[in-house]
Design a protein around this ligand. Structure first.
Ligand SMILES: Cc1cc2nc3c(=O)[nH]c(=O)nc-3n(C[C@H](O)[C@H](O)[C@H](O)COP(=O)(O)O)c2cc1C
Length: 210
């Protein structure tokens, strides 16, 4: 059951350096991210999968030395578009039309509306909008990881500009948003492993408007 898996997962602090996540599991986690819904279906983010140990050492150094980055076997980097351009919007709409072999006036009007709105906006506003889509991917990745029995740690604790530099993201029109090490917990060495998962009770979290 999904809720059991979500209760099982936690933001793992110590991963076992001796255990690597099998490629088929990594592939299914990434596929869940690729299937993430995004605003207007633009998929304005990409995932960079870092396994290279030296690159992960460099990343750890600009991420509060968080050990999971190198103790895990894979590091997913969620990188959002730095802005929305007419080219990016048109590419996605053209691709959808081509894949479906179908278009409609309503869909083309929607494209025009986006073209008249997004590219003219401040790049930072566009990036922040794109970053919100990347977080949907992050949520799905950690859910899919839990489903696969794989541990992960969602992280914002890094210097995005420095990570962009390490991975050459700016040159590709991307900016890092969040990272997610994947691996397996080392229970005896993880202070968080035995502690209760804490969430506000439902009545302080949900408002019913019946
Ligand atoms: C966007 C985001 C950024 C986070 N950044 C970090 C981080 O840099 N390092 C870390 O150890 N945990 C990080 N966390 C983990 C949270 O502290 C953790 O998810 C929260 O306390 C709930 O606990 P649980 O995930 O173990 O259930 C982050 C979580 C999210 C969703």
């Amino acid at each position: 059951m999904l809720l059991e898996k979500l209760n099982w997962r936690y933001a793992t602090k110590k991963m076992d350096t001796a255990k690597a996540v099998p490629q088929d599991k990594v592939d299914r986690i990434i596929e869940a991210v690729r299937l993430a819904p995004t605003s207007s279906g633009l998929q304005p983010f990409e995932v960079i999968v870092v396994t290279n140990p030296e690159v992960r050492e460099k990343i750890k150094a600009i991420a509060w030395n968080q050990a999971q980055i190198t103790d895990g076997s894979h590091l997913l980097v969620f990188a959002a578009w730095d802005t929305y351009t007419a080219d990016r919007i048109n590419s996605m709409f053209d691709f959808v039309n081509q894949e479906r072999n179908f278009t409609s006036e309503g869909w083309e009007n929607y494209r025009k509306m986006l073209l008249n709105t997004y590219p003219q906006r401040d790049a930072q506003v566009n990036f922040e909008h794109a970053a919100r889509q990347a977080y949907i991917g992050l949520g799905l990745a950690l859910t899919a990881a839990a489903f696969e029995g794989v541990d992960s740690t969602p992280m914002e604790g890094f210097e995005p500009d420095k990570l962009d530099e390490i991975l050459g993201l700016r040159a590709r029109g991307l900016r890092s948003v969040a990272i997610l090490p994947l691996g397996y917990r080392e229970v005896e060495k993880d202070w968080l492993a035995p502690l209760k998962k804490v969430r506000r009770p439902r009545d302080q979290f949900v408002t019913e408007v019946a």
